[in-house]
Ligand binder design. Structure first.
Ligand SMILES: Cc1cc2nc3c(=O)[nH]c(=O)nc-3n(C[C@H](O)[C@H](O)[C@H](O)COP(=O)(O)OP(=O)(O)OC[C@H]3O[C@@H](n4cnc5c(N)ncnc54)[C@H](O)[C@@H]3O)c2cc1C
Length: 475
């Protein structure tokens, strides 16, 4: 970005599907747009660079959704747009300004008329005994290693947790030449049969799912339902994984343990929206299990409670790439209306069918989010000595004791035991800590609340902050 330019009509934070779709429409209307993403590539979680080293080249054929996404990125490149990659938005202020750390070197401030948060979601990881051993990965990390770095983390592995993403990760691992010994998904099989009622509404999703499952089963991978990861064991690194059957509340059925010998385990429990930046901006959040947990509250035009701050994609509800595309379009048209580029009538005409599509995607997302939600009681099975907050070395026992002594809110617990105060600022442990407090106290999640946030919302080097000057003033 030209360092002289510090003001834009629209700043978009996040270059996933929702961000790139919105950017294309806004640019076509002649607006001045800055697209910011902390990743090196443009395209978010789904469109990571496909390295030549692993299986796919030459003749790599992305699935239709990814193909559409690469089309959006290509079309952006042909337009006059400022894109800041390796740039993290670390703060936002009421005078329509954000602070951005660029390239881990410098902090700059950028002003906007309108801002669109399209910050997506991250993976959830629930702690179990031994989870910090080398050889234990999150499913998202395994995917990033394969897609972005061309690295297969192991020759064979076991995959466990909850949700459809386990099957996507297994499929890609197999396609890239690995062997998956087992996929252990803890939701009961009979619950999954209800998915068939969605068959005609989301036909493409079903064909994609069927393709994954077929490849997994044909490869000889054992697919087990209602079985969860209980313990990772090994002297210096992972050697074996203890698994057990669970009841409907996600609690272990004693005597059902089974051991898998393996040097690599990938675990994932679905996604949680990245709402910290909107939270810092003062946008209202809502707790909606059907939308995947804490999400940003938006109106029909995807505007948050704060004027000129819009939100689109997974942060308004986990619902998949098609929902993010629809919302990218909706937010862009609403912004065009706000900035006087289209009339109210034009907006209504453009958004009519999008509103319908959004309702459908939200309904579909709700179905999956509820089906694969983690029963709160499961958190009570985390053993006392297990580390919950890795940055600050806080164990389940530390949390239990503190909650017993009255530190029963995320804020007071943070002060008492430092959970959420480390490098990740509670992004990894936070969703678990909120669940644990809720399970221990019996308070519903929406009452338990979340950690408060303040800038910088992500780790930033002291060097770049120290150098920061805002319009000549020291920062
Ligand atoms: C780890 C992971 C893997 C996934 N893999 C698949 C898959 O294989 N197949 C599938 O169908 N779906 C997958 N999904 C779901 C998929 O991401 C969504 O369905 C959809 O593509 C989301 O689009 P989005 O625009 O809402 O957000 P995303 O694609 O998540 O994009 C959000 C972007 O915002 C950026 N960002 C966030 N905060 C900041 C900040 N403060 N400063 C700067 N940039 C920021 C992030 O770096 C990210 O690139 C995955 C999700 C995750 C979390």
């Amino acid at each position: 970005m030209s360092r002289k330019k510090q003001k834009f009509n629209v700043v978009i934070v996040g270059s996933g599907f929702s961000g790139i779709v919105a950017a294309n429409i806004l640019l076509d209307a002649g607006l001045d747009v800055l697209l910011i993403d902390e990743n090196m590539h443009t395209g978010g979680q789904l469109l990571r660079k496909i390295p030549e080293k692993l299986g796919e080249y030459p003749g790599y054929r992305p699935d239709p959704v990814k193909k559409t996404g690469f089309g959006f990125v290509d079309s952006l490149r042909k337009k006059k747009i400022e894109i800041l990659n390796r740039a993290i938005v670390i703060g936002i202020y009421p005078d329509n300004k954000i602070l951005v750390e660029v390239d881990e070197k410098e902090v700059i401030s950028v002003a906007y008329d309108v801002i669109l948060f399209a910050t997506g979601a991250r993976e959830k990881f629930i702690p179990f005994k031994g989870w910090t051993l080398p050889g234990v990965y999150s499913t998202g990390l395994v995917q990033v290693l394969m897609k972005s770095s061309g690295v297969l983390p192991a020759e064979r592995m076991v995959i466990g947790g909850s949700g459809l993403f386990l099957f996507a990760a297994a499929y890609e691992f197999l396609k890239n030449g690995g062997k998956v010994d087992a996929v252990l998904e803890q939701t009961p099989m009979f619950e999954k049969m209800k998915l068939l009622s969605q068959f005609f509404h989301q036909f493409s999703k079903f064909t994609e799912g069927a393709k994954y499952l077929l490849r997994i089963v044909l490869s000889g991978t054992a697919v087990r339902h209602r079985r969860k990861i209980v313990e990772a064991r090994g002297e210096k690194a992972l050697e074996e994984v203890v698994t057990a059957r669970v009841n409907r509340a996600g609690r272990v059925i004693p005597g059902s343990e089974k051991i898998y010998k393996t040097g690599a385990l990938a675990v994932g429990y679905g996604f949680t929206p990245n709402v910290e930046l909107p939270q810092l901006a003062g946008c209202e959040l809502e707790y909606a299990p059907g939308k995947g947990g804490w999400v940003v509250e938006v109106n029909r035009e995807l505007e948050t409670g704060i004027e000129n701050i819009f939100a689109a994609g997974e942060i308004t509800g986990v619902g998949g790439a098609l929902k993010s595309i629809t919302e990218g379009r909706m937010a862009a048209f609403a912004i065009l209306k706000r900035l006087g580029k289209i009339s109210g009538e034009e907006y209504s005409a453009k958004s009519k069918s999008l509103l319908r599509q959004r309702r459908r995607h939200l309904k579909f997302g709700e179905y999956f989010n509820l089906l694969y939600s983690i029963p709160g009681e499961m958190f009570l099975d985390i053993p006392g000595e297990t580390v919950v907050c890795r940055c600050e070395d806080v164990t389940m026992d530390d949390i239990r004791k503190a909650v017993k002594h009255g530190y029963a809110s995320p804020g007071s617990l943070k002060v008492a035991v430092r959970t959420g105060m480390g490098n990740c600022q509670g992004r990894i442990c936070g969703p678990n800590v909120f669940e644990i407090i809720s399970a221990l106290t019996g308070e519903p999640q929406r009452q338990v609340g979340r950690f408060s946030v303040r800038p910088p919302i992500k780790p930033v080097s002291i060097g770049s902050l120290a150098e920061y000057r805002d319009n000549g003033k020291s920062g």
